[in-house]
Ligand binder design. Structure first.
Ligand SMILES: NC(=O)c1ccc[n+]([C@@H]2O[C@H](COP(=O)([O-])OP(=O)(O)OC[C@H]3O[C@@H](n4cnc5c(N)ncnc54)[C@H](OP(=O)(O)O)[C@@H]3O)[C@@H](O)[C@H]2O)c1
Length: 261
């Protein structure tokens, strides 16, 4: 199976830590050049140094807030003026938890901007470059809530559903150019974000003998959280020539947690 990504370049969003960083490393292990995007320059700088040692290439980073669409468009346009981008990993922080009925319109607009508008802006800038190269992979890191809303994540559930529709529509439109568009639906994955969720749940259980971690793992058929590398490996596969006939899908990487078929 062709998994090699030599002579390919990927823009990986949210790559200062967590699943984004794991994806960048997994792509680099396949020989891909990576351009990291995030807000924290010191982390991006240090990650590029680590990744340079993986693929022996001159990887890059750009400091962008995905909420600043004009800056995002300008910086990604600058990139494609000097090189082709074959792979995009759309990934950002998840919206804050809370009930949908309590969410403000500003919270919904912010989530729509960080996820849909940012992904759409990047896609519009890079698709001509993918068409020219005859190779394109757009991979969105979303959530299992695309399939099954998660209680207490009102804004997130709403935006994830919209991402599912956005990517399916785009997949239909760009498939003829050998560009695939897919969603990864991570389950509970060992990142800083997961640890914050566990800490919050544990605080609510104070005074009981219950463990938030054990409660969360009890609904996962595999009985454990995902390693970042387990999610990143699926992303790298979809990005590779081996994933050439997979498009318009949402792939759960959740240890079997989703209840639906
Ligand atoms: N981990 C899980 O268990 C899990 C489960 C299901 C779904 N997910 C979803 O998967 C995605 C990634 O999760 P994760 O656990 O890897 O999250 P994470 O550890 O919080 O990392 C988020 C990444 O996004 C970047 N980021 C956040 N806001 C940004 C912004 N406005 N502009 C640019 N970059 C931004 C962060 O870097 P900077 O702060 O440096 O910008 C960081 O690199 C999220 O959407 C999350 O909801 C995660």
């Amino acid at each position: 199976m062709a998994l090699d990504l030599q002579n390919k370049t990927a823009l990986v969003c949210g790559a200062s830590r967590g699943i984004g960083l794991g994806a960048a490393e997994a792509l680099a292990h396949k020989g891909c050049k990576v351009i990291l995007l995030g807000r924290t320059e010191a982390d991006l700088q240090s990650n590029v140094t680590t990744i340079n040692a993986i693929n022996n290439l001159e990887n890059q980073y750009i400091v962008v807030d995905l909420g600043n669409i004009d800056d995002l468009k300008a910086q990604v346009s600058d990139l494609v003026n000097t090189q082709d981008i074959h792979i995009v990993i759309n990934n950002s922080g998840g919206p804050a938890p809370g009930l949908l009925v309590d969410a403000t319109t500003d919270q919904l607009i912010a989530a729509f901007t960080h996820h849909i508008l940012a992904s759409h802006t990047i896609a519009k800038v890079v698709i001509p470059s993918m068409k020219k190269a005859g190779y394109g992979r757009i991979i969105n890191v979303v959530s299992t809530s695309v399939r099954q809303p998660i209680p207490g994540l009102g804004v997130s559930n709403t935006i994830r559903g919209a991402m599912g529709s956005w990517s399916k529509t785009l997949a239909n439109e760009v498939g003829k150019y050998n560009i695939t568009v897919n969603n990864i639906l991570p389950g509970a994955t060992k990142t800083g974000r997961l640890q914050q969720i566990i800490d919050k749940k544990q605080a609510k259980l104070e005074g009981t003998n219950q463990s938030a971690e054990a409660n969360m793992q009890s609904v996962i058929p595999l009985g454990r959280f995902a390693e970042v590398s387990e999610v990143a490996g699926v992303i790298a596969f979809l990005a590779s020539p081996g994933g050439s006939y997979i498009s318009g899908t949402s792939i759960p990487v959740d240890g079997g947690r989703l209840k639906c078929i």
